[in-house]
Design a binder for this molecule. Structure first.
Ligand code: ADP
Ligand code: MG
Length: 395
């Protein structure tokens, strides 16, 4: 797949429509975490350095095509100006954007009001996209996290103007391409988390692409149960047994080795510090539940990491939110981080709880890439085509 980057574009004197994701958490009118805002700064600075004028298009919450004052992007303005160290003009309406004011001319950057206030946005309406296109000369998409949706500002607009990926999008695409596009083999995937049923497409796609699949977390219980193992009171989707067996069969046919836990940390209560013990997978007491992978399983996972050249990870190996059931996740994360730092492994991870778990482990920083794009990352891992990325593709 090919796409232009900012390096390929002539931006001197051009108005650059930049799709960004600044859907940040807000409490009492204050941005409480500006991570997403800070991550778009390189793109904006590069556009300015090339003589372009950035006009930011973004969404905030789910106003469903109507003006909802509580969901105004104005709330992000101060944080945006602070992150950029520049003046940002805010256009409340498209009409305002269409008639350049003095304030806009004086500002380095323009931010348009919540694009989802317009019904045409989520409908990917071509007329609405044309109206947006008239506001700029070039389109730059820096919102990978919104790329799984075909909306006017992520899809149709890209087809109307010369288009490119912003720096964040570029980093994400390059990291993902390295992990699953043409990865160095062997590739090991870790899929954990709560349920098999929420990750069927993911498991089905991965067994055809990777050399080894480590199954962890609650979903491993379903695979164990499907093999006839009694998992006691563990989280388990017994009705998914047939599906789990089908995935295991598909893995075998595709030459993908499946690694299930051989031992587990079990407890009687789902709470921090709950009394716990290690048992082999076949010996889970009837009144206990599996809350983490055991040391033997962890040793096998580390061995697999040691042989691999590429790791792709979604889903924690245990109930990482409560100590000490984060131990397996932490140990695996630390091992992956060390191998990555030593130049032996390309490691890519993503998913809401996965990012939280890897941050908690303290190992996240050493991963090759951690995607914060929840839904888009998962759909990409599932092998789906992301409309926002497809629209950027050059012939
Ligand atoms: P992500 O958001 O990264 O895609 P998931 O939402 O699929 O990940 O899974 C994360 C959840 O899985 C966590 O809340 C974690 O507590 C839970 N989990 C992992 N292992 C177990 C287990 N053995 N029993 C119960 N819950 C588990
Ligand atoms: Mg989750």
């Amino acid at each position: 797949m090919r796409w232009n980057t900012l390096d390929d574009m002539d931006l001197a004197g051009k108005r650059v429509l930049v799709r960004v994701d600044i859907n940040v958490p807000v409490e009492n009118g204050q941005v409480t975490d500006d991570t997403r805002i800070r991550r778009i700064v390189p793109t904006i600075e590069d556009i300015l350095a090339k003589g372009g004028k950035p006009i930011l298009i973004a969404h905030f919450g789910r106003p469903k095509g109507k003006v909802v004052l509580d969901l105004s992007l104005r709330v992000t303005l101060k944080a945006l100006e602070a992150a950029l160290g520049r003046k940002v003009a805010f256009d409340e309406t498209l009409e305002a954007a269409e008639s350049q004011t003095d304030e806009q001319r004086a500002a380095d950057v323009i931010l348009l009001e919540n694009i989802r206030f317009h019904p045409g946005e989520e409908k990917n309406d071509p007329e609405f996209a044309k109206r947006l296109a008239a506001l700029g000369d070039v389109y730059c998409n820096d919102a990978f996290s919104a790329a799984h949706r075909a909306h006017a500002s992520t899809e149709a607009l890209a087809r109307l103007l010369p288009s490119c990926a912003g720096r964040l999008m570029q980093a994400e695409l390059e990291a993902l391409e390295a992990a699953l596009g043409a990865p160095e083999r062997p590739v090991v995937a870790v899929v954990g988390g709560a349920k098999v049923s929420t990750k069927l497409d993911l498991l089905g796609n991965l067994v055809e692409k990777v050399d080894m699949l480590v199954i962890g977390g609650g979903m491993a219980n379903t695979f164990l149960a499907a093999e006839g193992i009694d998992v006691g009171k563990s989280l388990c989707e017994h009705e998914m047994a047939e599906t789990a067996r089908a995935i295991a069969k598909k893995a075998g046919e595709a030459g993908c080795e499946l690694l299930l836990p051989m031992d587990a940390v079990v407890a009687r209560e789902f709470k921090a510090g709950a009394e716990n013990e290690v048992v082999v997978a076949e010996n889970v007491p009837a009144d206990a539940m599996i809350l983490d992978a055991g040391p033997e399983s962890v040793a096998h996972i580390l061995q697999a990491f040691g042989k691999a050249k590429t790791l792709i990870w979604n889903g924690p190996l245990g109930a990482f939110e409560i100590d000490p059931f984060d131990a397996a996740t932490n140990a695996a994360a630390k091992a992956a981080a060390e191998l990555t730092r030593a130049g032996k492994l390309v490691s890519v991870a993503g998913g809401g709880d996965t990012v939280a778990a890897l941050n908690k482990s303290g190992a996240a920083e050493d991963f090759t890439y951690i995607s914060t794009a929840g839904g888009a990352f998962l759909e990409w891992m599932e092998g789906k085509i992301l409309p926002g990325v497809a629209a950027l593709e050059t012939a």
